[in-house]
Design a protein around this ligand. Structure first.
Ligand code: ADP
Ligand code: MG
Length: 738
């Protein structure tokens, strides 16, 4: 059955070489009870390990049923251990996190038995060794004798031809030892049992053959095989492979016994996931919020084309280094707009262009545009009552919403200081009336009100202060709001000739209040001057059609963001007929875009920074999983040895750890998603309080699935190296580890 010819085995540690076996030649019968006796260190365990295929000989040959093992590869040894060999160890080596039943089933699982067959056979064996009532216990709930019985049942599970027992009674009391030896003797009735023991008394009583070893050599054999009359049996081995399910059960059990630590690992692993989940949810929600906002407010932020374009931003920043923004003061200061001329760019709207735009609205995309406003020049004068002359005198020639005659002159800008106020919500969300009231009109009595809009430094244009309001900016630097509000002047539509025209036919204009752009608002509809509401311009258009001239501004209101993009493409196409430098080109301003693009840009930047942080925490959690797997490998070295002794392939060992990491990754993902959902509740409340946007953070289920997937993949990858280390552990060393 088994034949050892000239087996030698040496171990080298450092410079010292220990010859553990030295030319051992032995024949074993198909069934007999062999005991190997000898002093400690003489090579008994080494002999069993070599016979069991756990360790490999240096010289000689191990012949199994007539077949040499010289050409065996790992896979063959794994199959041999699983099908033909049953190991019983001194310290029974049960896997602590598996139940008694599962321990016995393990070898069967490796050889691919079905679950029901495994259970049937394991229960049968456990009943045979007298443990029928204990099959669901854990190894640590058993006595030493009971544990050794489980180990025997496990060794017999695959119905091996050879059972190898290394000091099976070494840690048992004498009564229990006898019981165990009775069991082993029964096994030997139809199997080859090779047992190592110190107890020569029991050896002589139970075994049928005694072999004595000394210094790695056989010194005595009580019953050697004289004639090698063994049948040349055909030697075939059944492949072993651990199913995924077995690996999952083993991993789950291990996870369960170390629940606290596993949860901690899962939590550590989830931190990166939480970070990314929160970022995804928030940027998602904000994107949605922005496009909703965009659509809602497009009406307030039309595409505008005006006769002169001004670089407001550049202008606003002029001379403000030493000034405090949003002062609490109740006075205004001078803003000398004559210095602003350089910020003007010509953008003269032609009839051709007006036709081009009206054609779009009327024919190309009537559904996509909710409104079109063409603002025309109005010939008019502002009149202020002169106390000395006791009559109204013109203070300036004004155009409502008008174009400058010469775009490059500051004069043009001055006339720009009469601006249509944005309507409704757009005004409320972007401007504060910091003094006085919002205008009300009374067209029947030709009475209209306007707001005076100061910039965020409370500045008012010099010309407005001097010419329109009648202040002397050379002697006065602070202008009380209370002195400004309530001031009135007349607006005379048409050419006013002093002494000829009748001032009393002019419209009454009163300053009803002071408005200032809200802190944080990036809308730049206008910054300085008078703001009237549409009642005034409507009144003029209706009552003085002759004084209304050509179009100087166009406002187009697309219904949604997509339509706005289409419109912009259409308007861009107009300029294709001109050189890039041509002054015939007409540029539009997309106020909604400058606003939302800026916000989007900020959000993108923040997201990138946060994602970088989250990525770092992902790396950290991966490293932690790797470390924890590594610790787990160190802790379970014995288990690795047992698995290998039962015939597990290296792959199977790696699979146990990999499966565990997959489960941990899955757990981390779930924990991460769950914690993120919890965290989103307070985060959303905070955002709602700060920005009045309810439920911004939303984790889409797609993202949740994606994150769990990422977590699984990361945990798997980070555990690969430790799992591979585990699979490479030498089973002999693993089993010797205490
Ligand atoms: P026994 O089981 O008879 O006590 P062993 O077979 O365990 O003896 O060991 C035989 C000799 O080989 C001993 O001297 C032991 O120290 C040495 N030995 C066994 N395994 C190793 C190993 N992995 N590395 C180094 N020396 C070893
Ligand atoms: Mg030993």
């Amino acid at each position: 059955m088994l034949r050892l010819t000239g087996i030698s085995k040496s171990y080298t540690s450092g410079t010292f070489t220990q010859r553990a076996l030295d030319g051992v030649s032995l024949d074993f019968r198909q069934n007999e009870f062999v005991t190997v006796l000898g002093p400690s260190g003489c090579g008994k365990t080494t002999l069993l390990n070599i016979i069991g295929g756990l360790d490999h000989y240096d010289e000689g040959d191990l012949v199994i049923s007539g077949k040499s093992t010289k050409d065996f590869v790992d896979e063959d040894w794994d199959m041999y251990r699983n099908n033909s060999i049953g190991f019983i160890f001194q310290s029974h080596n049960l896997i602590p996190h598996l139940s008694v039943l599962q321990n016995v089933e393990l070898g069967l699982a490796l050889s691919g038995e079905t679950a029901s067959e495994r259970k049937r056979r394991a229960t049968e064996l456990l009943t045979e060794v007298g443990l029928a009532d204990h099959i669901h216990k854990r190894p640590n709930q058993l006595s030493g004798g009971q544990s050794q019985r489980v180990a025997i049942a496990r060794a017999l599970a695959n119905n091996p031809d050879v059972v190898l027992a290394d000091e099976p009674t070494g840690s048992l009391d004498s009564v229990t030892s006898v019981q165990i030896l009775d069991l082993i003797k029964k096994i030997a009735e139809d199997k080859l049992v090779i047992m190592v023991t110190h107890n020569s008394e029991l050896a002589y009583k139970y075994s049928s053959r005694i072999i004595k070893l000394k210094d790695g050599k056989v010194v005595d054999d009580s019953n050697p095989v004289v004639e090698a009359k063994e049948l040349k049996q055909t030697f075939s081995l059944k492949k072993t492979a651990m199913t995924f399910k077995t690996a999952v059960v083993s991993s789950l059990n291990n996870i369960r016994t170390k629940l606290g630590r596993t949860l901690l690992t899962a939590f550590a692993g989830s931190i990166g996931i939480i970070g990314i989940a929160l970022i995804l949810s928030l940027s998602n929600g904000l994107d949605q919020e922005i496009s909703a906002f965009e659509q809602e407010t497009l009406a307030g932020y039309p595409i505008s084309i005006t006769d002169s374009r001004v670089d407001f931003e550049k202008m606003r920043q002029m001379d403000v280094e030493d000034m405090e923004a949003y002062p609490e003061t109740q006075y205004a200061t001078v803003y000398d707009e004559n210095r602003l001329a350089s910020f003007f760019l010509p953008n003269t709207i032609t009839d051709d262009y007006v036709n081009y735009v009206t054609d779009y609205v009327a024919n190309v995309d009537p559904e996509g545009i909710s409104g079109l406003k063409l603002v025309k020049n109005v010939n008019m004068s502002l009149l202020r009552y002169n106390e000395e002359l006791l009559t109204y005198v013109p203070i300036y020639t004004e155009d409502l919403e008008s174009a400058p005659q010469s775009p490059a002159s500051a004069l043009g800008f001055v006339s720009k200081s009469f601006t249509l106020l944005p309507e409704g919500d757009v005004f409320d969300s972007n401007y504060d009336v910091i003094f006085g009231d919002y205008p009300t009109n009374n067209p029947a009595e030709q009475k209209f009100q306007v707001l005076l809009v100061v910039d965020e430094y409370n500045r008012i244009y010099k010309s407005t202060l001097e010419n329109r309001l009648g202040f002397d900016t050379t002697t006065q630097t602070e202008f009380q709001f209370s002195d400004i509000v309530g001031k009135t002047f007349k607006l005379y539509v048409g050419e006013y000739e002093l002494g000829v025209s009748d001032a009393s036919t002019g419209l009454d204009i009163e300053i009803s209040g002071i408005a200032r752009i809200k802190q944080g608002s990036s809308v730049s509809l206008f910054y300085n001057g008078f703001g009237y509401d549409s009642g005034l311009i409507d009144y003029i258009e209706d009552n003085y059609p002759d004084e209304v001239g050509r179009v100087n501004s166009i406002y187009i209101y697309p219904v949604d963001f997509d339509q706005k993009e289409e419109l912009k493409t259409y308007l861009d196409a107009y300029n294709d007929q001109f050189d890039p430098e041509s002054t015939s080109r007409i540029e539009y301003v997309d106020q909604a875009a400058t606003f939302t693009n800026m916000v989007k840009g900020v959000i993108d930047t923040i997201s990138i920074v946060l994602i970088a942080f989250a990525a770092i925490s992902l790396v950290v959690s991966s490293i932690m999983i790797a470390i924890i797997t590594y610790i787990s490998v160190l802790e379970r070295i014995k288990e690795i040895g047992v698995l290998r002794a039962l015939g597990a392939r290296k792959k199977d060992v790696a699979r146990v750890f990999n499966t565990e990491n997959l489960l941990i990754g899955f757990g981390s993902g779930l924990v991460g998603v769950f914690i993120s959902l919890l965290l989103l509740i307070p985060i959303n409340l905070i955002i709602e309080n700060l920005a009045e946007m309810p439920n911004v953070g939303k984790l889409s289920s797609l993202h949740a699935f994606f994150l769990v997937g990422v977590s699984i993949v990361l945990a798997f990858i980070s555990g690969l190296v430790p799992a591979r280390m585990a699979s490479k552990k030498d089973p002999v060393v693993a089993l010797r580890t205490e």
